[in-house]
Design a protein around this ligand. Structure first.
Ligand code: FAD
Length: 233
């Protein structure tokens, strides 16, 4: 049975769970949460217009489109630096634009980036606009927060790493999320609530990819079956 709707809340009353959507309330002994995550947007002009046409949030997915071309990476955490180093293998050069004067990324990643001669850094700077020719990205407009100077950096691609948000708002009262909002599970996808499982990107995990999401799903499916069987005892 399939149903469509946006889940607003889940309530757990012992063995029975209620899934409250914008139109209906469903009851079931098992709930498997797979609401995923969302890349945090920069929120500047041009970001939406050029999404998929130069603006990307995934280096492994889109990096190969920019072979020998200049790229900007926005952010200063682990993802920005790790992906910047990856992109430098493909691009002509990578400029990491960070709003502070130092990186938040782990030291080992920082060293890899600082010693890579294809990577430059633009410090204390925010991107204020992503520019293009109507079809694809051609540059980014920048603003230096310390000097107040505005600038423009010619690039063909912009990779944005300013955070990822777990889509766990409907479950926040269940007490199953960590400080960042990801759902905590054990390796059998069980949350701390019996009969409530979480799989895929929404889970607190290391690698958020299709392969790991599918693996999580298989495990949760089997666990849910076992749980339903145990209710019959
Ligand atoms: C641009 C991009 C490129 C990627 N490229 C690759 C790649 O090349 N290879 C790879 O392995 N992975 C890639 N990924 C990652 C991959 O897409 C995810 O790991 C995978 O989709 C996770 O699956 P999921 O089911 O956990 O979440 P999702 O696929 O995100 O599905 C979650 C679903 O839940 C729905 N939802 C959310 N909240 C609610 C709610 N309250 N009520 C009802 N429904 C809700 C959403 O609308 C969505 O349909 C990419 C991701 C992005 C964004």
């Amino acid at each position: 049975e399939y149903a469509y709707g946006s889940v607003e809340k889940v309530e757990v009353n012992g063995d029975l769970k209620q899934v409250i959507t914008d139109s209906e309330t469903y009851e079931a002994p098992v709930v498997i949460i797979a609401t995923g995550s969302q890349y945090r947007k920069l929120g500047v002009e041009g970001e939406e217009k050029y999404a998929g046409r130069g603006v990307s949030y995934c280096a492994v997915c889109d990096g190969a489109f920019f072979k020998d071309q200049p790229l900007a990476v926005i952010g200063g955490g682990d993802s920005a630096v790790e992906e910047g180093v990856y992109l430098a293998k493909l691009a002509s050069n990578v400029n990491i634009i960070h709003r502070r004067d130092q990186l938040r990324a782990q030291k080992i990643l920082q060293e890899r980036a600082f010693t890579n001669d294809k990577i430059d850094f633009t410090w204390d700077t925010v991107v204020t606009k992503i520019n293009g020719d109507g079809q694809k990205v051609t540059s980014v407009s920048t603003h230096n927060k310390k000097t107040g100077e505005d600038g423009e950096l010619k690039v063909n691609g912009v990779f944005i790493y300013v955070g990822v948000i777990a889509l766990t708002e409907p479950f926040k009262e269940l007490g199953i999320t960590d400080e960042q909002g990801w759902i905590k599970t054990d390796e059998l996808m069980r949350t701390s609530l019996p009969g409530v499982y979480a799989i895929g990107d929404v889970r607190a995990k290391e690698l958020r990819q299709i392969t790991t999401a599918v693996g999580d799903g298989s495990i949760a499916g089997q666990q849910a079956f076992n749980y339903l069987e145990s209710l019959k005892d």
